[in-house]
Ligand binder design. Structure first.
Ligand code: ZN
Length: 69
């Protein structure tokens, strides 16, 4: 498995996940970051729409892999 770390340039927080090389090969960077930075906010009321601004934190990020690049 390859460890992937995404670090927010906005808050400095980071999240880490592990993927196989094949998964990474088939995943766009945007989707990878989206996957890693999913938040746990709950939908409001009876809609299924989660209204939060968590993704703004990840609009600017650095991506690191466990091989050091
Ligand atoms: Zn959220």
């Amino acid at each position: 498995m390859i460890e992937v770390t995404v670090k927010s340039k906005i808050s400095g927080r980071f999240k880490t996940g592990s993927f196989t090389a094949r998964e990474l090969l088939h995943t766009y960077e945007d989707d990878l970051v989206c996957n890693l930075t999913q938040c746990n906010c709950q939908p409001v009321g009876e809609t299924y729409v989660v209204e939060c601004n968590c993704d703004e934190e990840w609009e600017e990020y650095d991506l690191f892999f466990s091989d050091g690049f």
